[in-house]
Design a protein around this ligand. Structure first.
Ligand SMILES: Cc1cc2nc3c(=O)[nH]c(=O)nc-3n(C[C@H](O)[C@H](O)[C@H](O)COP(=O)(O)O)c2cc1C
Length: 230
C-alpha cells in the first residue's frame, strides 16, 4: 500500500474482530515506526504492546475499578485545554455528536455515553493494546515526536490490513496502567491505541469523520508585502 492510500484509508475503528494479530507483525509495526523523525533524534517514544493475558489483565484491573471510578482516575496532563475555546469547542461538540449518532446513542443518554467511554478500556475489542509513554521532563516538541511515531504505526498498520484507534482515554488510568505495566515513575502515560482487524459489520465503523476546509488551517504564501507589519 502506498502512503497516500494508507493515509486515505486510516480512520478510527471502534469495533474489532477477535482475529489475532501475529506477534511478528506487531513487532514489525513498532520497529518500523521508529524510522519516524524526532527533533535532534531524541526518539522519545516508549511503547508497551499488550496481547493475550497481559491485555486481559489490564482490562480486568480497570474494570474492577469502574464501579467507583466510572470516568477513570485523575489524568496526569490536561487532555484538552481546561476551557476549550472556539473554533475547537464547536469541532469537539460536533465530532462527539456525530460519533454518538453513529453508535445510536441519544444526546442525553449519560449511561450510554459512559458505556461508550468504558468500551475504550477494552481496546474496543482489539486483540492488541498499545500504551505510549514519555519521560515526564519532555517538552511539547517531544510530545509531537511521539505523535509522529503513533501516526507511523497507524499508517503501517494499514499496510498489513490492520486498523487502529488512538485512545487518549487510557490517560484516564495513569496509576492503574503504571502499576500493571511496571512503568517507571519518571514516565507518563500519554495515550493508548487499539490495533486489530476491523469488525466490518459494526455500524460504528461506517462512520467517517469530517475535516474543516483547507483554508481554515492552511495558507500558501507566494508573496509578502515588503515592510508589512514589521
Ligand atoms: C491522540 C489521539 C487520541 C485519541 N483518543 C481517542 C479516544 O480515547 N477514544 C476514541 O474513541 N477516539 C480517540 N481518538 C480518535 C479521534 O476521535 C479521531 O482521530 C478523530 O475524531 C478523527 O477521526 P478519524 O481518526 O476517524 O479520522 C484519538 C485520536 C488521537 C489522534
Amino acid at each position: 500500500m502506498d502512503v497516500a492510500a494508507a493515509l486515505a484509508t486510516r480512520k478510527s475503528v471502534r469495533a474489532f474482530s477477535s482475529r489475532a494479530v501475529p506477534i511478528n507483525i506487531v513487532r514489525d509495526i513498532l520497529e518500523q515506526s521508529a524510522r519516524s523523525p524526532s527533533g535532534s533524534n531524541l526518539q522519545p517514544w516508549r511503547v508497551y504492546a499488550l496481547v493475550g493475558q497481559a491485555r486481559d489483565e489490564l482490562i480486568r484491573r480497570v474494570k474492577s475499578k469502574l464501579p467507583d471510578l466510572p470516568r477513570g482516575e485523575p489524568p496526569e496532563y490536561n487532555i484538552h485545554p481546561p476551557d476549550l475555546f472556539e473554533p475547537y469547542k464547536s469541532r469537539y461538540m460536533r465530532a462527539a455528536a456525530l460519533m454518538y449518532h453513529a453508535r445510536g446513542i441519544e444526546r442525553d443518554d449519560a449511561a450510554a455515553r459512559l458505556r461508550h467511554l468504558a468500551n475504550n478500556w477494552e481496546f474496543y475489542g482489539a486483540p492488541v493494546g498499545l500504551i505510549f509513554t514519555i519521560h515526564r521532563r519532555m517538552e511539547p516538541g517531544q510530545w509531537a515526536d511521539l505523535g509522529m511515531y503513533m501516526q507511523s504505526a497507524m499508517l503501517l498498520a494499514r499496510g498489513y490490513g490492520l486498523d487502529t484507534c488512538a485512545q487518549e482515554a487510557w490517560a484516564l488510568w495513569p496509576r492503574t496502567v503504571r502499576e500493571c505495566l511496571s512503568i517507571p515513575a519518571e514516565d507518563m502515560v500519554v495515550c493508548g491505541m487499539a490495533l486489530g482487524y476491523a469488525d466490518e459489520s459494526a455500524p460504528v465503523n461506517a462512520f467517517v469523520s469530517e475535516r474543516v476546509p483547507f483554508q481554515e488551517y492552511a495558507a500558501i504564501l507566494e508573496t509578502i508585502e515588503p515592510g508589512s507589519a514589521s
